[in-house]
Design a protein around this ligand. Structure first.
Ligand code: T3D
Length: 259
């Protein structure tokens, strides 16, 4: 029986997507892209979902594009990016939910770019990141050339992309590429706990934070001040802001509803 390439679970406000082609280190083929888009559609239609966790099955997180029989000379890689990866990265970045990526093993090629599209990236201590593209005659894609210099600076971005060496998770954390490293056996629980914590927070505020932090990379201070003013104005009219202030005054924990 063929395994589903994407597993989706939803519970207690948290959706968990698991890339599920473990024998191929969860490399992407077209059916997996389609299934992932379907899972994201399901999540978008479920207002009770307030955080997303993305991880991989088996010993890898994702080895990027499947380099099997369907890939070779003559393939239009630009078309493949536009149809699959660019849609995916844009969608994850724009999603009004926090995305926790739990990198359970190697994240290579577009798999590394996918991991770095997370708002909070946790990695198992044994995981690693490889800008594997140059090893096969390609360049980083799926946002890799955008995110790398912003996270680790131009010198380290160039070293990683030009050499394609293995970057261990602990070095990735020390360089600011990811949020933090946890022991391998703790990763699922840590990711679930983080997802649960984010799902109980004021969702619209988190979406505004995500939007503003991303926009800041291309904005002047003046533009950013304007954006903060506009987003904060909207947040000031939310039920969650009312609840947050009431809870503060009443000296009790806030019960945010994501509205
Ligand atoms: O094409 C387009 O649409 C454009 C977009 C391109 C985006 C990209 O992502 S290009 C970059 C593609 N990815 C890579 O170049 C990485 C290829 N994989 C590796 O270099 C290595 O597998 C790793 C360094 C990631 C891990 O090495 P290791 O030694 O731990 O595992 P392994 O033995 O190489 O792999 C285990 C199995 O997974 C193996 O299958 P087998 O022999 O046991 O049946 C291997 O063939 C398979 N696998 C790993 N990566 C891929 C893959 N199969 C297909 N495609 C892969 N990308």
């Amino acid at each position: 029986m063929t395994e589903e390439p994407i597993l989706l679970a939803m519970a207690d406000g948290v959706a968990t997507i698991t890339l599920n082609r473990p024998d191929k280190l969860n490399a992407f083929n077209d059916p997996m892209h389609v299934a992932l888009r379907c899972a994201l559609d399901t999540i978008a239609a479920a207002p009770e979902v307030r955080a997303l966790v993305l991880t991989g099955a088996g010993r890898g997180f994702c080895a990027g594009q499947d380099l099997g029989a369907t890939r070779g000379p003559g393939a239009d890689l630009g078309e493949s990016l536009e149809r699959n990866y660019n849609v995916l990265i844009r969608r994850l970045r724009a999603m009004p939910l926090p995305l926790v990526v739990a990198v359970n093993g190697v994240a290579a090629g577009a798999g590394a770019s996918l991991a770095l599209a997370g708002d909070i990236v946790l990695a198992a201590r044994s995981a690693s990141f490889i800008q594997a593209f140059c090893r096969i005659g390609l360049m980083p894609d799926a946002g890799g050339t955008w995110v790398l210099p912003r996270l680790v600076g131009p010198a380290r971005a160039a070293g990683l992309a030009l050499l394609g060496d293995v970057l261990p998770a602990e070095t990735a954390a020390a360089w600011g590429l990811i949020w933090r490293v946890v022991d391998d056996e703790q990763l699922p629980q840590e990711a679930a706990a983080l997802g649960g914590r984010l799902a109980s927070q004021p969702t619209r505020a988190l979406a505004a934070i995500k939007q503003a932090l991303q926009a800041s990379w291309a904005h002047t201070l003046d533009q950013q001040l304007d954006l903060e003013r506009d987003l904060q104005r909207d947040l000031g009219w939310t039920e969650d802001y009312r609840e947050g202030v009431a809870a503060f005054r009443e000296r009790r924990p806030a019960r945010f509803q994501g509205r």
